[in-house]
Every structure is written in structure tokens, then in C-alpha cells.
Design a protein around this ligand. Structure first.
Ligand code: G6P
Length: 367
């Protein structure tokens, strides 16, 4: 039936507020509450002997897959290749039959992703898809479907489907790590506990509205914005930059923070705000020194970090959004939320058409 806005100004605003529910429902689908173990559908392959996983997707789903690569490599010790679908489709990478082609798509209808699914199948890969619309063309053509349970997403720019995709990929990585003997039952339960903590921490993010709006006021005045992140939060910087471009028409670029000195540092002055996604994890100190370099060149730093990170960034960052403390494993799921809210708040200030940005479509069914 018809989906309403439930009193919100835009579908995007409503769907941003549905992040906690989308994450929670997706976890309900994938986790057995009695054993605190991840439950996967029956697999046509043994995760223990997988030669490789090839991840492919478009748009925000691609950045979810990029986070998935970090998880599958670090937790499940799997070799992972990732590319946008329009490239993977024609790259013709050498693939060992019996690997997994992992497709990620909200709609299950994106032409480039579907085309890549078919070429990965032709190359002898098992096809596993992470889909919101399970009864879609990609759903029908997959060997295994992992459903995200985000509910209908109407806004053209993806929001809750993105965090639901991350949730599926996190749980999948835990299941593969267990199946490959890299963690024991207690290790699995600890990671599952961190995942189960995310919906309530996600709700707390909405208390940071004032700080996010203070950031938005600065970003809305800019012509160019630089997003920085490291490690598992680098793809979240990319998602932030994409979202800003999509709905505000402000040019944004994401860089791995450590790579800034090899290029974008030459752009930095007061007119180019720098949005940093930097929970206080192992790479935090390195990111801080990157931000100090930017600050020394007049850059205005806007940071998403936790309470410990906020202590270190006082005097460096002009605006800090203080995020709830979470296990670093799940940080990308949580940090995706305020980054999307920032784009939304900037769009409100710019007066752009949030739900129907110019030239963009919800689902791109042509190549
Ligand atoms: C379009 C949408 C994006 C989405 C992308 C991939 O570009 O505007 O929000 O991330 O398609 O869509 P899919 O349905 O495959 O996830």
C-alpha cells in the first residue's frame, strides 16, 4: 500500500529516523536470541574452503560493500575483491570457480549490478545477494538471498537500507569467521552482543541534532567539502560525500585521511570544510595528526567522534558531534547515521528537493 510521511517533512527525514528499527529488524532476522549465534540460510558452499569473495554494487550499496570488505578480511580472513558494478562487469578478473559473488542492492533491480551478477555466475561463482526487495530480479537469480529488513525506502537517496546492508554484512562476517574456526562460541556471542547494542545507540544519535545543525550551517556555505576517514570509517566518509552531492549539489570528495598529504591538502583553506569521521579506535592518533595538518593550513574541522576522541579534538575541531561509545567493530553502522543527517540538514538550508534530487533515480534499471 501507500507509504505516508507520518508527519515528517520528507520521506528522507522519516527514513533517517527508521535507522534503529531497520537495524533491529535485520538483526532479528539473522540472530537466534537463545544461542546468540548468527543464523544464515542454507549455503551451497562451505565457507571454510572459499577461495575468494567478489563484492559488487552501485552507489551507497557499494560503500556498504566496501565496509564489508574490511570485516570479511579482518574477521573471516577471506580474500576479498570489490568494485563498482559497472567496472566489475567488464573487468574480467581471473576467478576460481567456487568463489562467492556478493551483490548488494536495495532494489534488486539495478542494471549494472544485475549484469555483474550474471557475469559472476558465468565465471562459476556462487551468487549471494544482500537485498531489501527480496522478490526482485536479483532475488530470483541468486543462490542465496540475505534479506535486509529495512521496509520500503521511498527517498531517492538511500538511508536506512544502507545501515541494514551494513548490519547484514557484519553478521555475515561473524558467521564466516565462526565457520572458518577463527572465533569460538564466546567470540561469536561477544560480537553479536555488540551488534545487538546498535539499535539503542542509534536512537541516541538523534539527541545530537544541535551539533549536527551547527556543522550544517558551515557546510551549507561551502562550494567544496572534504570528507576524511581511515580504515573501516573511510567508506563512511565516502557515503557522507556521496549523500551531500546527491541532495545538496555541493561538491564533496572523500579521502582516506592518510592520503590527504598526497593531493587534497593543496585545496585546504578556510573555505573548504573538512568533515572527519573518527571514532577513537586504533587509527585515531594518526587521523588526529592528519587533522592538525589541515588545521595548520586554515582548514575548519568538523568531527564525528566519541567522548574520548572529543577530548583530544578540542582546540582542533570547530564543531564536534559526540557519538555514543560502541565497540569499534560496529562503529561504521552507527557513524553512517549522523553523516546522512548532516546532508539532510544542509539540504534543508539550501532548500533543495530532498526526496527527488535532480537527475537522480531511485533505481537505475538502464546501463
Ligand atoms: C541509485 C540511488 C542510490 C542507490 C543506488 C544503488 O543511484 O539513488 O541511493 O544507492 O542507486 O541502488 P540499489 O537499489 O542497487 O541499492
Amino acid at each position: 500500500g501507500q507509504v505516508g510521511k507520518d508527519g515528517y517533512r520528507h520521506y528522507m527525514e522519516k527514513e533517517l529516523h527508521e535507522h534503529p528499527v531497520a537495524i533491529g529488524q535485520t538483526l532479528q532476522r539473522m540472530i537466534d536470541p537463545a544461542t546468540r549465534r548468527v543464523v544464515l540460510p542454507e549455503l551451497p558452499f562451505d565457507p571454510e574452503s572459499l577461495p575468494r569473495v567478489s563484492i559488487t554494487a552501485c552507489g551507497s550499496a557499494f560503500f556498504a560493500g566496501f565496509v564489508g570488505r574490511y570485516w570479511l578480511e579482518a574477521l573471516a580472513r577471506l580474500p576479498v575483491d570489490i568494485d563498482v558494478a559497472s567496472e566489475m562487469r567488464y573487468r574480467n578478473p581471473p576467478l576460481t570457480p567456487g568463489g562467492v559473488g556478493l551483490l548488494i542492492s536495495q532494489s534488486g533491480e539495478t542494471a549494472d549490478t544485475l549484469g555483474t551478477l550474471r557475469s559472476l555466475r558465468a565465471a562459476g561463482q556462487h551468487i549471494m545477494s544482500v537485498l531489501n526487495v527480496e522478490h526482485s530480479t536479483m532475488g530470483r537469480e541468486s543462490d542465496v538471498v540475505l534479506g535486509m529488513v529495512a521496509g520500503p525506502e521511498i527517498s531517492v537517496a538511500s538511508t536506512k537500507a544502507f545501515t541494514a546492508q551494513l548490519t547484514v554484512l557484519a553478521a555475515l562476517s561473524v558467521a564466516f569467521a565462526r565457520a572458518r574456526g577463527l572465533i569460538d562460541a564466546a567470540g561469536e556471542q561477544a560480537l553479536v552482543a555488540s551488534l545487538l547494542d546498535v539499535p539503542s545507540r542509534a536512537t541516541e544519535v538523534f539527541a545530537q541534532g544541535d551539533a549536527i545543525r551547527a556543522m550544517a550551517a558551515i557546510v551549507a556555505e561551502a562550494r567544496d567539502v572534504l570528507y576524511l576517514g581511515r580504515g573501516i570509517c573511510y567508506p563512511i566518509a565516502q557515503e557522507g560525500a556521496l549523500k551531500l552531492k546527491e541532495i545538496t549539489y555541493i561538491h564533496a570528495e572523500a579521502y582516506a585521511a592518510g592520503e590527504m598529504k598526497h593531493g587534497p591538502i593543496s585545496l585546504i583553506d578556510r573555505s573548504v570544510p573538512i568533515v572527519a569521521i573518527c571514532p577513537s579506535t586504533i587509527l585515531f592518533d594518526k587521523t588526529v595528526s592528519n587533522l592538525q595538518e589541515a588545521r595548520a593550513r586554515g582548514g575548519r574541522i568538523l568531527a564525528f567522534t566519541d567522548a574520548i576522541g572529543a577530548e583530544r579534538l578540542r582546540g582542533i575541531a570547530e564543531v564536534i558531534v559526540v557519538m555514543p561509545d560502541v565497540d569499534p567493530f560496529v562503529a561504521p553502522i552507527l557513524y553512517a547515521i549522523p553523516v546522512q543527517v548532516l546532508a539532510y540538514e544542509v539540504a534543508l538550508l539550501k532548500g533543495t528537493d530532498v526526496d527527488q534530487p535532480r537527475n537522480l533515480a531511485k533505481s537505475v534499471t538502464v546501463e
